[in-house]
Design a protein. Sequence first.
Length: 426
Amino acid sequence: MPSSRKNETILWNALFEASWDGMVVLRRDGRLYRVNQRYAEMLDYTREELESMHVWDLDTRFSQPEIEAMLHSVDGDGAHFETQQRRKDGSLIDVELSNNGATYQGIKLIFCIVRDITARKATEERLRRSEALLRDIASQVPGALYQYRMAPDGSRSFPYFSEGIVALGGLPLDVFSGPGTDPVMSRLLPEDADLVEAQTRQSAATMENVHVEFRARHADGSIRWIECRSTPQQDPDGGILWTGILLDITQRKRAEERVTTMAITDGLTGILNRQEFARLLEKEMARASRYASPLSLIMYDLDHFKRINDRFGHNAGDDVLKTVAGLVGDSLRDTDLHGRWGGEEFMVLLPETGLEAAGKVAEKLRRAIADHRFEGLGGVTASFGVAQLASGEDSRSLAQRVDEALYRAKALGRNRVESWGAAERG
C-alpha cells in the first residue's frame, strides 16, 4: 500500500475512533458495516454485536420499509433528521443523524454521524413545560403581565405582553406586539400620560419600582382605570427593562367614588351635605379673599313645609325636597355650589358674584319653584335670603347674616327674596 494511502487510512481510523459522536457506516441494505467505540457505548452493545445488526433493529421511530426507502434515497447531499434508538437494556435515547452517501472500494455505503441528544431533548421538554406553565399562570392572572424596554438611545418598546392584554385593551394580541409603543400609549388619556411618563423617567433615574394608576380607552370606547406595578433592571447594553403587571381597577375606582359620593352628598336630594358644603364654603371664602373677588351666599327655605308632611305624608315631603333640589340645580352654573343645610333649608354659594347679581339669581330660583306644579300638591313656594361676603368676615358670620336675611323674607310674607349687604353688618 502506498505510504500516502496508508497515512489516509491511519488518519481516517483516528478520526473515526476519536469522535465524540457515534460514527456508523451502513450498507444500503440496512446492515451496520462498521461502528466506532463511542456509538457502541452509546447503545451499550459491543461493536461486534452492532455490526451483526440492521438499523431497523435499533430505530424505534421508523418502520423497516420506511428506513429501506430512506437508505435508497440518501445521496451525496446527505440528510439530517432526529429519531430514537433502543439501547441494549430496552431504554430509548434521542439521537440526531447526519447521513451522506458515498462509494468505498466499489461498495455503496452510507456514512452516519450519530449524536446523543437525549439530555438536550429533556431540557427542551422541561423548558416547553415551564413555558406552558408560565403561559397558563399568566392566563389566570387577573390582568396583563408585560415587559417594557427603554433602549440606550431612548427608544421604547413592549417586548412582551401576556394574553391578558386582550381583555384589558379589547384588541388582538398582535396589535400590542412589535417595536413601537403607540398602540398602548396612545390609549392613555392625555391628562394621565404625563404622569406615567414622569414615573417612568423617575424609575429610570433611580431604579425604583413603578406604581401608578391611570385611565385608558378600551376598544369598546369605555374608559378603564389601570393600575401598573413594575420593577426595573439594567440590561447589559445599558437599556432598562421593566417587568410588571397591569390590573383593571375600574370597579374598585367606581366603588371608591361611590363611597366618596356618599360621604359628601345628601342621601335624599343628591346634592352636597352640610359638612361638605361648609368645607367648600371655607375654601371659596379663602379664594375670594386671596383674589379680592366677590362671593355671595343664598339660603332658601320651603314655606309651610310642615303642612305638606302633615297633610300628605313624609314620602310626599321627600319628593318635594328632591324636586326642588333638582329645579334649583338646573338653574345654577357649574361653578356654583348647592347643598342641603338641614331639613327644608338649602344653601347656594355663588363665586365671583356680587350682592346685586346674587339677588337676581335668588329671584330666578324663587320663580322656578313657585311656577312648578307638584303632582297631587299643586304649588310650593320658598323664601330666600342673600348676603355678600364682607372683608375679613368668617363663615359663621356670613351664614348668620344670610340666615337673618331669610328670616326677614319669612317675616315679610314668604315667597320672596331679601338681601343683607355688608353695610348692614353690626
